[in-house]
Design a binder for this molecule. Structure first.
Ligand SMILES: Cc1cc2nc3c(=O)[nH]c(=O)nc-3n(C[C@H](O)[C@H](O)[C@H](O)COP(=O)(O)O)c2cc1C
Length: 192
């Protein structure tokens, strides 16, 4: 696909079939991540690819956590009309169970590089999302894993790293509508 077509076609997918992603496509996604730019060329990321029972265990950890949660989750503001963390986590749990692949993105701890490292990881996960679109795969960035980041990192054997995000990947059984995007004149200021 042309790059511009990929940019326009990419959507966050929340309905996945259980069809497995073949190894070559998975390799292509991770190779796209590898090529991303990073602050200081630190490449501060580790991608842990989970399938089957290991993936479902991550959903289980999240499920256990919200059983005990009240209206809000630690570190989040009160639920609002626009964003309710508990219902978002519930939906994310369902998506993680349905999608055949969950990629967890971890970061080496370093106070000095915090902001740059997060931006770098953003670049890498966008590369994955775009390459997924190119390969006719659906994807969803799932930040909701952060509420249980320590438990999940320990579960997968990386308690010395910070879990930054998850990314569900698989074949989409929907073609999501194009989400609202602000107009260019509302987000750009040109000055001379
Ligand atoms: C950093 C980041 C975190 C996100 N976390 C979640 C999430 O936890 N759950 C979810 O359903 N969607 C999540 N999304 C997807 C956004 O909701 C989605 O990108 C947005 O609504 C725009 O839709 P689009 O991706 O189809 O353009 C996340 C997106 C980004 C960039």
């Amino acid at each position: 696909m042309e790059l511009n077509e990929v940019l326009k076609e990419r959507r966050s997918t929340r309905e996945f079939s259980n069809q497995k992603v073949n190894k070559e496509d998975l390799y292509q996604l991770l190779d796209a991540a590898r090529l991303a730019p990073s602050a200081g060329n630190r490449q501060p990321w580790l991608f842990v690819v989970l399938e089957g029972n290991l993936k479902n265990q991550v959903a289980g950890i999240m499920e256990e956590h919200i059983k005990n949660a009240q209206i809000t989750l630690d570190g989040e503001k009160n639920a609002t009309h626009a964003y309710n963390p508990i219902s978002s986590v519930k939906k994310s749990i369902q998506i993680i169970k349905e999608a055949p692949v969950l990629i967890l993105v971890l970061r080496k701890f370093s106070e000095d590089w915090k902001e740059g490292d997060y931006l770098s990881i953003g670049c890498a996960i966008e590369n994955i999302s775009l390459r997924a679109t190119d390969l006719k795969l659906g994807s969803l960035i799932i930040r909701d894993v952060v509420y249980t980041r320590d438990k999940i990192a320990t579960y997968i054997g990386y308690e010395n790293m910070e879990l930054v995000t998850g990314l569900a990947v698989g074949y989409s059984i929907e073609y999501p509508y194009e989400r609202f995007k602000k107009k260019i004149e509302d987000i750009v200021v040109c000055k001379e």
